[in-house]
Design a protein around this ligand. Sequence first.
Ligand SMILES: Nc1nc2c(ncn2[C@@H]2O[C@H](COP(=O)(O)OP(=O)(O)O)[C@@H](O)[C@H]2O)c(=O)[nH]1
Ligand SMILES: [Mg+2]
Length: 447
Amino acid sequence: MRGSADTIAAIATAPGRGAIGIVRISGRDLAGLLQPVIGVLPAPRAATLRKFYAPDQNLIDQGLVIFFPGPFSYTGEDLIELHAHGGPAVLKTLLSAIYATGARPARPGEFTERAFLNEKIDLLQAEAVASLIEASSHHAASAAARACTGEFSHRVSLINESIVRLRVFLEAHIDFGDEVAVDLTPVQHQFQTLTESLSQLLAVASQGAKLNDGLDIAIVGRPNSGKSTLLNRLCGEDRAIVTPIPGTTRDVLSVDVDLNGLCLRIHDTAGLRETEDIVEQEGVKRALSQLERAEILIHVVSVEDAELPAPPEILTAEKAQKNVLTVINKIDLRQESPTLLQHDGLFQVRISALRDQGLSLVKEALHEIAGAQHITDAPFIARARHVDALQRCLTASLTGAAECMDGAIELACEQLRVASLCLEEMTGVYTNEDLLGDIFSTFCIGK
Ligand SMILES: Nc1nc2c(ncn2[C@@H]2O[C@H](COP(=O)(O)OP(=O)(O)O)[C@@H](O)[C@H]2O)c(=O)[nH]1
Ligand SMILES: [Mg+2]
């Protein structure tokens, strides 16, 4: 059962050694509970130096205590932070002393879950807290910080209010429609404004979701062109096996790379060719499915093969307007210098991955291509589930508008009700145990 009233405690700082380590405790009426460990509680919100004692009266440490009385705290309950020295043994002993008073270990994300259940924040904000901690790039972190303060939630709530107003108006029309002639023209306008706002929010939420998940980039091309060497250069370490033997890479190898504040998930794949080797065949199959899923392709071509036509799957992707960055590799064999050519939105870079020449041009081109997808200026972080809910909300609104046009007012009202539910799923007004379990179990302990 979620929302229990017992006292929870956890170490809030990351494992390992540090200058300071923080233990957090949340519950009701903490004043008496912690007396054996820290003595009398200090004044609210004033950092106060105290000694911390074990149940056998032994001194554990000396540090700061901050008391946030509920409901004016992160969780909405009494919340206490103990700032001790950041060693694993000190913090473990301190935590055991707190458990001895009757507190229990917090589950992952349980502090934030209580903040949600006590209506300090909504579900979008709670998810943004996790995204902020998880963020591996500057852009993702600042977009998450904005969602934490409620910017995303505010946009969702405004739209929901307009849906509710529209529904109330239409329901009144159902009740009194027979007696009073009502002009439905303003309603059509309202439906139109609604679908416009929803489409805009859906577009920015999709950018936010891409920023959260990272852009998927697949390195593809013929065997031995230098794909794995390029991956190693981009991530700055020898992650992929490189050999002169064609067909070395079989499985897809994925690495997260922070490119000037942008999170990229780069996948190295098996070289595309016809082969009798069944393991390599499986590798090629996986490469092709990664090629389909990726948002950007890096097509690596050895300068020696530059005259050969590209593999058909890459030509198909290009025709389908997928972003393809062509990297002509091994220019050291021709004593060329690295170059970046840009023409009509198509990019070609000539490099030597082996000699580490031209890698900055590859990054520059990737940044341009990723930037063109506008994810760097996503106003807030989002998740796939938000995009899905907004899509369903938009569909319901469009259907409702059409039904209204046909005079099927009751059906239109029902669609508006569904549209509202989709938005309430996002903010957590309407939710279920499983969803909450899924969301909060991915948090770290102590948050
Ligand atoms: N001369 C030269 N050789 C390279 C370059 N990049 C990779 N190679 C070599 O080409 C071979 C195949 O490289 P690899 O990265 O495994 O290619 P993959 O099969 O496309 O992943 C290895 O012997 C690499 O050392 C380059 O820029 N110049
Ligand atoms: Mg390889």
